[in-house]
Design a protein around this ligand. Sequence first.
Ligand SMILES: [Fe+2]
Ligand SMILES: [Fe+2]
Length: 294
Amino acid sequence: METQSLELSQKREKTQKTLANVMVLPVIPKVMLESLKLLDSQFTTAKELDKVIAKDQALVTKIITIANSPFYGLQRKVTTIEYAIMVLGYRELRDIISALSVAEAFKNKTDRYLNQKEFILHSYITGTTCKKLSNELGFHNSGEAFITGFLHDVGVSIIHRYMHSDFAAICELVENKKISFRDAELEVLGMTHENIGQFLLDKWNFPVDITDSVAKHHSSPTSCHNPTICSIVQMADCMTQKLKIGHFTWDRDLTLDPYTMKIFNLERDIDFEKFAAGYKDLFWEQVEFVRFLN
Ligand SMILES: [Fe+2]
Ligand SMILES: [Fe+2]
């Protein structure tokens, strides 16, 4: 038992060393960085912001698509960035661009172990579902819930890009030994994708409400700095698994914590099944909306 925990801590140390080196590498795309700087200043005008964001048409498309997607829940249709700024406001726009920046910085190519398109789809769907669930719960930090949902599995992206042989080893363990991804992650890295995501987002100074919820989306939200955000992410993630949205199944063993059930007024498993089924059509509408984004 002692040898086992020693091994685990040695593996964890090794992973932490790799991560420390990784953190200096990723670069946020220039336009995103400029936009975030502008959004931090209270003197920035919508016109200035529009001019900067317009330099990156892929970013324009992503912002407009997210804003108009069924789960995002805006009443009015957004067709230009200037109008998006007006309807969303600086804070919300900042949340969207922050989430997109991190995803962009850690993007990798598809291979036999990870389909990048499916991973990104899972991120968009979980993020926008968090936004929708927040609105329905009357939870006012819906922007933070969106970022957390969008980035909850960013650790998976980091393992794939910077610890690729470990990523392959995890997938092979899952396949050959029929164990969960979580157990395989611990066996190979001494850490999970939640810990790795938290480590990265901490380094990039994301608020503790977000980093802590990323860290605990597979465990109990009760020990979280903001248990409501964590519950929303857990629920959104579980719904994607239950409704089989996309082919990214890393979180397939995720279960709902009793605290999350309580937040959503659900008592039994069957209540969750009904709850999720009620969103089925909207989910597929949402998938159609964001499928082409990458
Ligand atoms: Fe996860
Ligand atoms: Fe997930």
